[in-house]
Design a protein around this ligand. Sequence first.
Ligand code: AGP
Length: 609
Amino acid sequence: MCGIVGYFGEKSAVPILVEGLRKLEYRGYDSSGIAVMEEGGIRITKSVGKLVNLEEKLSNRTYNAKIGIGHTRWATHGRPSDVNAHPHMDCHGDFAVVHNGIIENYLELREWLTAEGHLFRSETDTEVLAHLVEHFYKGDLQDAVKKMLAKVEGSYAVVVLSYKNPDIMVAARKDSPLIVGIGDGEYFVASDIPAVLKYTRKTYIMEDGEMVTVSAKGLKFCDFTTGECIEKSVFEVTWDAVAAEKGGYEHFMLKEIFEQPKALRDTLAGRLNHDHVVLQEVDLTPKEVALFNKVAIVACGTAYHAGLIGKGLIEHWAKIPVEVDIASEFRYRAPLIDDKTLVVVISQSGETADTLAALRESKKKGARVIAITNVVGSSVAREAHDVIHTWAGPEIAVASTKAYTTQIEGMILLALYLTQAKGTMPKEWITEIISELGKIPDKAEIILKEGAERIKTLARYFEEVSSAFFIGRGLDWAVAQEGSLKLKEISYIHAEAYASGELKHGTLALITEDTPIIALATQRDLYEKTVSNVIEVKARDAKVIGFTFEGNTDLYKSVNEIFYIPETVNELAPILTVIPLQLLSYYVSVARGNDVDKPRNLAKSVTVE
Ligand code: AGP
């Protein structure tokens, strides 16, 4: 998730582009750049690091360009650097491109264009777009852009400048957001509304498959597949600047919860073939995988909870024993790690001190280390032997949500990768799981679209309480631990997660009518057992809210409230089950008037030991 802007008008473009990028920094902030149309050609200025670094470079001279594009980056392909920052150009500097999204087939396009004689400067997927425009350009920029778009697979919002057509700007979108702002004799294009609000509230929201040509004559919209022209209606923005950064949501946490379907789709993009998974950044041969006699998963907080899911999957599918450790314990307990151990470190930020120390300790002991992280170029990503990046985009809210569900996807992809390398499960089974996995983002969308209001009503069970319990068995117990952390860290209710079979060994003593119970029952082979545990707590007058698949009537009869999760296989259920729990924690916290995005006593990334 990056931020892109474009300006076409009579004012000096540079300050408008920089101001727009500042408003979009919440979308990505590891590097930035602009390209402006000048007499002698397109001038590009870009810099790694925060926007101030770019401003520094721009302050060395004056600009009078009136047309330009800009970008603030959240790296996906190619770590943050001056060269990998956008905009990117073709071989001769005639075309400049900024892009937000992922070009899934960029490697094969790059090979083809290199064979055609194109010279690439960066490691990015985006640079292929500039060279494709150069390849197809025969005098008509719109036509060249359409041909470029017909070649690429993936998600994109893209803006193209051409020195050969200095009086127009072309932009298009598919699966990444893009808006056009209408000013007085000037136009803006941007990934999101905050970038244009200072100048106009009149916008056009671009839909998938649409392209716009901006010129002094105005705006021309068309369908870039059929070429047909499109009439669009103006969307008048009523939000203030702060609300706009949150996309109209009240808090970043709610926005990030609702971004999960896209984050889940992006994290699977280019990694699922019908009967096997592809992990470009993991380079293990089946022979090397066969040598591992143990997997050690190490992380902190929410990331640790994703690791608990990974343990169940890797042991069940790939038949390799798995230990899961909290990093701050792992690094001081002299773990039995050696060159036959595969260590998996999980970290959204990639900078958590304990996790980083555990990574270094493992490497010292000769282990192979794979990182699952959300930040390209982070310490964990740089120091691990292999990386599985989650494409959740920046996570602003302290309470982690979309990073967790994409980390579970990372664990599923790794478990399938090890399974197919070891041949421990039949190909038909792998094909079935991959097809189910591909449906998960849509099912997450259903929960958000159809279930959010229902969850909001359930927050009433937590208004006056000071403690609550989450119970479940197997993978549900692992999800229960994440559910209780979410409730704890933003509502300040003392919530505990328990393997429901363990309650009778002591904790039942704490169960009263004042301790609401969240009961998770998505593991079909453990239904009956879980229902009997629910009956145990009901017998102590507890109020129970059940989460399960449609058709589990036994649980329905035993609880006060039930929430149905769209059906999927046991092992993939955790990604879906946690979403209503995230929503519940959110609505309970809002009802208590807490600062949901910045809960007390907590920080987003814990880089201290
Ligand atoms: C989760 O909501 C918290 N923000 C916290 O537990 C977090 O998961 C933990 O600090 C690990 O962070 P990381 O994934 O960036 O390493």
